[in-house]
Ligand binder design. Structure first.
Ligand SMILES: Nc1ncnc2c1ncn2[C@@H]1O[C@H](COP(=O)(O)OP(=O)(O)OP(=O)(O)O)[C@@H](O)[C@H]1O
Ligand SMILES: [Mg+2]
Length: 244
């Protein structure tokens, strides 16, 4: 399998705290890579380092063989790196449709050239994630589960080659989780490579080809889901102290 994303010895410090410590891994083309770890482990920081909203303190990240660590986030989005945000931040005054259209305007390859085309693509994405009936509602009026889908639609409208999902299932009930899993599977069928952070072990196990475990900023496991979830270091670090 060939890597589309290569993270090599990446470290990120915040003042005295090492949030991500010398982490290396690859995301292969067409793969779904699950990322788990306790609260504060450094998962979101890792996604921010890949998408470019934070620069690394050291280390290198390559996308399709090219170093990207010094590129600003918008350039990485144009190359094809899309992400969702754990702390959701829709543009509050805009409709659901136009929130997604913004993604379509700034996506891979430079995005759609005009608003009409962007809205067309946004409509397709809302259909895809099951939000079509909310298209004309104001984004800040959506409930929690729908906001998660909106985050996905915004990222997908950028037509990414790599999608970074940060806890898109948090706060959802079991039925809603299954629906989002199905959406993510269909995203992969489109040829998109996916990194998915999730606390719901059952969900991430069934979804992922491989699991990466982060603990205190360090990678402590990277293997097939069954092997990772029976690893004693992982059980001690994560499963033994699962969030309430
Ligand atoms: N901008 C920042 N400034 C200072 N410290 C930060 C910043 N962002 C994250 N941190 C710290 O870095 C560590 C890793 O945080 P991060 O959000 O990456 O964890 P996480 O694994 O995503 O946790 P969760 O499961 O709760 O989402 C934490 O100790 C956090 O407090
Ligand atoms: Mg997080």
């Amino acid at each position: 399998m060939s890597a589309i994303l290569d993270v090599s010895h990446v470290t990120r410090r915040f003042a005295g705290l090492v949030a991500v410590n010398d982490v290396s891994f690859t995301l292969n083309r067409g793969e779904i890579l699950g990322v788990i770890g306790p609260n504060g482990a450094g998962k979101t920081t890792l996604v921010s380092l890949i998408s470019g909203t934070l620069p690394p303190s050291s280390g290198e990240i390559s996308f399709e063989g090219h170093p990207i660590s010094t590129l600003p986030a918008y350039r990485r989005a144009r190359l094809g790196i899309g992400r969702t945000f754990q702390i959701m931040r829709p543009f509050p005054g805009l409709s659901v449709l136009d929130n997604v259209a913004v993604g379509a305007l700034f996506g891979q390859g430079g995005g759609e050239a005009d608003l009409k085309r962007a809205r067309e693509r946004a409509r397709d994405q809302l259909e895809f994630v099951g939000l079509a009936r909310h298209a004309d509602q104001r984004a800040d009026e959506l409930g929690g589960p729908s906001r998660k889908r909106l985050e996905l639609a915004k990222a997908l409208a950028m037509q990414p080659k790599v999608l970074l999902c940060d806890e898109v299932m948090a706060g959802l009930n079991l039925v809603e989780i299954d629906e989002v899993i199905e959406v993510i599977r269909r995203v992969r069928e489109q040829g998109i490579s996916i990194l998915v952070i999730e606390h719901v072990i059952k969900a991430i196990k069934s979804l992922s080809d491989r699991l990466l475990v982060i603990h205190h900023g360090e990678k402590i496991a990277d293997d097939a889901p069954d092997a990772v979830l029976s690893d004693s270091r992982v059980i001690e670090a994560y499963l033994g102290r699962r969030r309430a």
